[in-house]
Write a protein that binds this ligand. Structure first.
Ligand code: FES
Ligand SMILES: [Fe+2]
Length: 323
């Protein structure tokens, strides 16, 4: 895995057992579900001889797992008097989404942002897709404004200069979309009749090369929704893309309708399918010849370098033998 930082590693609905292993690139993460619904994230590999604790391991008391292979007790993070321990990752579980911090980076603004969204919006956990492209390319898409008209049938785009605010890569873009897009008629007709255009201002924030939260205000309205998109490498080199929607709560605090979230999720899914053939056929060996339109993407790539994972960061089995 090339870049670390915050990423969404799972939906809570995927964690059916008390121990679940989630493969992320070349590592395996162990999600431990507490009786109180809490979720902890640890390395899944037993430091004794490499068994996967999520495959046949058992919780045997507070913070201890019995390894399925030779039966040693392995401490989850702490010491607990066990001979072995596995590293704990910082993690956040919020309304069905599980995030973890990969690598030794600052928490930054993500915890605050998720708390804000949780209190003002209702999060609808969405879908997961496997796409043969590097995770950072999926996140890059939010900042690659020049691709919107040809790939997503957007009529016109304006974009601001990106900036890094409190460690978050932030850029605004306004899409002008015609009826074929927002009504989903799919006839691809590009009408010049401006009365049918709808403005969609986007405020995209990347918290790492693996995670972006985009504020979307259809029609420029005061009640934007959020699109929470994350991409992490799977074991096969393809990306696991997870996408969810947060809809603003009604003024009386009640929940917004699920149907509306489903429509937006469908729309986002369609957008990824429009990107897919381009992504899956990119020639990564060629030498790009950039234009001024690529400035935001180049700025984003510079931001990504802050999150480059040192290969030594990966905890090796046995490296955390306690005592
Ligand atoms: S691999 Fe031997 S106890 Fe875990
Ligand atoms: Fe796209």
């Amino acid at each position: 895995m090339r870049y670390g930082g915050w990423c969404q590693i799972a939906f809570e609905r995927d964690l059916r057992d008390e121990l679940t292993t989630i493969p992320i690139g070349d590592r395996r993460l162990l999600c431990v579900r507490g009786k109180d619904g809490s979720v902890g994230v640890f390395d899944a590999i037993c430091p004794h001889r490499g068994a996967d604790l999520g495959v046949g391991g058992r919780l045997v008391g507070d913070g201890l797992v019995r390894c399925p292979y030779h039966g040693h007790k392995v401490s989850l993070g702490g010491n607990c008097g066990a001979a072995y321990r596995v590293r704990e990752y910082r993690s956040i579980a919020v309304e069905g989404l599980v995030f973890a911090m990969l690598g030794e980076f600052e928490d930054g603004k993500l915890p605050e942002m998720l708390e804000y969204i949780r209190t003002t919006h209702k999060i609808f956990p969405g879908f997961e897709k496997t796409i043969k492209v590097a995770p950072e390319m999926v996140i890059e898409n939010a900042f690659d404004w020049a691709h919107f008209p040809p790939v997503h049938d957007v009529l016109k785009v304006t974009c601001g200069e990106p900036e890094v605010v409190d460690g978050v890569f932030t850029a605004t873009t306004t899409l002008r979309v015609g009826p074929s897009m927002w009504q989903g008629t799919g006839d691809g007709e590009r009408s010049d009749d401006r009365s049918t255009w709808v403005e969609v201002p986007l405020l995209a924030r990347a918290y790492s090369p693996n995670l972006t939260i985009t504020q979307v205000a259809v029609g420029g309205g005061d009640h934007p929704h959020f699109v929470i998109a994350s991409a992490v490498p799977g074991m096969d080199g393809a990306s696991r893309v997870r996408l969810s929607i947060a809809m603003p709560r009604n003024p009386d605090g009640s929940e917004p309708p699920r149907e509306l979230a489903d429509i937006i999720l469908q729309f986002e899914s369609m957008g990824l399918e429009q990107d897919r053939p381009v992504w899956e056929n990119l020639d990564l060996g060629m030498s790009p010849r950039y234009t001024s339109e690529d400035a935001n993407v180049l700025a984003y790539r510079k931001f990504c370098e802050r999150y480059r994972l040192d290969q030594t960061d990966r905890s090796r089995p046995g490296s955390l033998r306690a005592g």
